[in-house]
Design a protein. Structure first.
Length: 204
């Protein structure tokens, strides 16, 4: 995972290296989401350089051409997903828009791809956290499009690499939040209290 961090800070990156690194990272992220435990979640989240989503959004607006347009469209469409609600809708739209703005896939195509991944995932249900885990898988399957859709051509590669970096910071923050949620449940916290945690993590 550290390799990708090095790649992201380069002005020009070799897409094959990025793709190869993602191919090894995505299964690790999926694994901790399918069978969440506090230590694994914290370990993976830390390596992804978690960052508050408001800062990710600010960077996306500033650095990704076409992001604002795709974000506006995604906001209108992600609300139809079962696991998207008033708390995480903007975050789901941001993940969708980051991918759509830097690939040839339109917003509908990104949503369809990621939603299908979530539906096929066999994850461990955790009372009061199922929706958050499904949402996290949605973000991860958005990232997986960069691998499944093949090479990104220049000059789009520069923006794709920036987008991947932002998405990884985003999923890192969400994984850290799920870790906190699992910890709170194990400590006997009432499930309803977690809503404020999800609000804090996914709002911007």
């Amino acid at each position: 995972m550290d390799t990708l961090t090095e790649i992201i800070i380069l002005q020009e990156a070799d897409w094959n290296r990025v793709s190869t690194t993602l191919k090894s990272m995505i299964p690790n992220i999926e694994k901790v989401l399918l069978r969440p435990n506090v230590e694994s979640l914290k370990k993976v989240a830390k390596k992804l350089s978690p960052r508050d989503l408001r800062f990710v959004h600010q960077d996306a607006v500033r650095r990704i051409p076409g992001f604002k347009k795709e974000f506006s469209e995604a906001q209108r469409k992600v609300g139809k997903l079962d696991f998207v609600n008033s708390i995480n809708a903007k975050a789901a739209a941001m993940a969708t828009a980051l991918v759509s703005a830097t690939t040839k896939k339109d917003v509908d195509g990104v949503i369809k791809h990621a939603e299908m991944g979530v539906r096929n995932a066999k994850f461990l249900p955790i009372p009061s956290m199922t929706g958050m885990i499904m949402f996290s898988l949605f973000v991860m399957f958005c990232i997986s499009i960069y691998v499944s859709e093949g090479a990104i051509i220049m000059p789009a590669i520069k923006f794709a690499v920036i987008s991947i970096g932002l998405l990884l910071q985003m999923i890192g923050k969400i994984l850290a939040g799920i870790g906190q949620g699992v910890e709170q449940l194990q400590a006997g916290t009432e499930p309803g209290v977690l809503d404020s945690l999800w609000q804090m993590i996914t709002s911007f």
